[in-house]
Design a protein around this ligand. Structure first.
Ligand code: NAD
Length: 477
């Protein structure tokens, strides 16, 4: 039976209630999680506050960094176990799950080694003064993460927060909390003081909402849907608390006629099929210059038709979707597109032998998609790729920027001037030139523009997001 981590103790929900844990590969319940609510969130925030004011807050940065690096090593030492847990909980192929655990460790290596390299500044001011800009932790940080990359998201958000000396309360997604709980054990083994990291499992509208609106947190970071992101931001606003939002995307792959198409082809297919399309940065729109549209889309279709879906153990191109709601959502988009008469250019296959109760869908390629269709601007969050022809650079940029989102974009061209112009013109937090996806990319600042959210994670910039300055103005004559 799983328990939550609060103040260094493993606890049940006060009322003993639990949430079933379902394996998306076969739809079977295989475990239970405590159903934490406002009461448990409150205990976790109090424990975090005590840690901030106690051993954790007083620890010097070098020692903090050492503990985080030790934790990275613990993750690597337990890599196989964590990857198996993650694969079973999410249904993703073993290779992807293993990579996710490697990236989790990498976050703690990166930020652990950065902990004592972030420092303040001295600002030139009037004669007789010395002005010091201190960089300080925010205090108690709340972290609400989704189910698509549980281990990676946990690393992305917790490692910089802890590196800066904040004490954290994590609310993992109710579908995928197992790797977080195992990680919590490793954190204690690595020497993280009680209360520095607290993990409250539970439902979004209960534990998640209670964390977002708690009056004694100093920061909240949320990754997930736009609807819930709005609620989290409203809750944070009521307490005048800083908030980082990582929301959805409808990211374009813009392919010009002069591109290295052989290099682009597998990357384009993988960018949407990977993780069954349940990636905020999925390359879900394929924009092809008209002169190569017919020839290249035929190659994409051929590659798409070869994609295969199966269980983690089969380790194919992708696994099932996360849950029945996701299955209904993705099937809804696909069926509606078919009813709208959009041409289906290719479908992948669900491998023989996949259990009947799992949430599997075939990767599907539609094209050409009218620019006014839902598939042109709404996030499906499934392995569905929409293709569009474009005329020239100006048309490509207009089409790329025609959705409410702005998370990632890729430009494929051998023309150096065009690479720069398009990269600057597209609305996105990250732009790839002749490539796509960071594969972890712990070092690379990441985040959204427009409805994809605000604030930045990853890279050194996350350390700034998770801290604040204090200006000390000293007159000494
Ligand atoms: P969600 O936004 O409902 O859940 C994300 C997290 O928020 C979970 O931990 C959940 O428990 C919590 N949550 C839910 N309701 C809450 C509330 N009222 N207050 C505080 N926390 C709450 O996301 P979902 O239902 O799991 O996925 C739905 C859609 O979200 C997807 O189809 C996709 O569009 C988007 N999504 C985006 C990302 C991303 O990385 N950008 C990741 C996952 C999902």
């Amino acid at each position: 039976m799983n328990r939550m981590l609060i103040g260094g103790q493993w606890v049940d929900a006060r009322d003993g209630e639990t949430i079933p844990v379902v394996n998306p590969s076969d739809g079977q319940v295989f475990d239970q999680l405590p159903r934490g609510r406002a009461h448990e969130v409150d205990l976790a925030v109090k424990a975090a506050r005590a840690a901030r004011e106690g051993a954790w807050g007083k620890m010097n940065a070098t020692e903090r960094g050492r503990i985080l690096q030790k934790l990275a090593q613990k993750v690597l030492d337990n890599h196989a176990e964590l990857a198996n847990l993650e694969a079973k909980d999410t249904g993703k192929p073993m290779t992807t799950a293993k990579n996710d655990i490697t990236v989790l460790a990498r976050y703690f290596e990166y930020y652990g080694s950065a902990a004592d390299k972030v420092h303040g500044e001295v600002i030139p001011f009037l004669d007789g003064y010395t002005v010091t800009l201190l960089r300080e932790p925010l205090g108690v940080t709340g972290h609400i993460i989704p189910w698509n990359y549980p281990a990676q998201m946990m690393g992305r958000t917790l490692a910089p927060a802890l590196a800066m000396g904040n004490a954290a309360v994590l609310k993992p997604a109710e579908d995928t909390s197992l790797s977080a709980l195992r990680f919590g054990e490793l954190a204690l083994e690595a020497g993280l003081p009680p209360g520095a990291l607290n993990i409250v499992t539970g439902l979004g509208h209960e534990a998640g909402a209670a964390l977002a609106e708690h009056g004694d947190i100093n920061f909240v970071t949320f990754t997930g849907s736009n609807e819930v992101g709005t609620l989290v931001q409203q809750a944070a606003a009521k307490n005048a608390v800083k908030c980082v939002l990582e929301l959805g995307g409808k990211s374009p792959q813009i392919v010009f006629a002069d591109a290295d198409l052989d290099r682009a082809l597998p990357i384009i297919v993988r960018a949407i099929v990977q993780n069954a399309g349940q990636t905020c940065t999925a390359g879900s729109r394929l924009l092809l210059q008209r002169s190569i549209y017919d020839s290249f889309i035929a190659r994409v279709a051929e590659a798409f038709a070869k994609t295969r879906v199966g269980t983690p153990e089969m380790d194919l191109d992708c696994g099932p979707l996360m849950n029945p709601a996701q299955l209904e959502r993705v099937n809804g988009y696909v069926n509606r597109a078919k009813q709208d008469g959009l041409p289906v250019l290719a479908e992948g296959t669900i491998a023989a032998g996949t259990p009947s109760g799992g949430y599997y869908v075939k990767p599907t390629l539609f094209g050409p998609v009218p620019r006014t269709n839902r598939l042109a601007c709404e996030e499906v969050f499934g392995p569905v790729l929409a293709a569009f022809p474009f005329e020239d650079e100006a048309d490509a940029i207009a089409l790329a920027n025609s959705t409410p989102y702005g998370l990632l974009a890729a430009v494929w061209t051998e023309n150096g001037g065009r690479q720069q112009r398009v990269a600057k013109a597209v609305s996105a937090g990250q732009v790839f030139v002749n490539g796509y996806g960071a594969g972890g990319g712990v070092e690379l600042p990441f985040g959204g523009t427009k409805r994809s959210g605000h604030g930045r994670e990853k890279g050194f910039i996350a350390l700034e997001e998770m801290s604040q300055t204090k200006t000390v103005v000293q007159y000494h004559g």
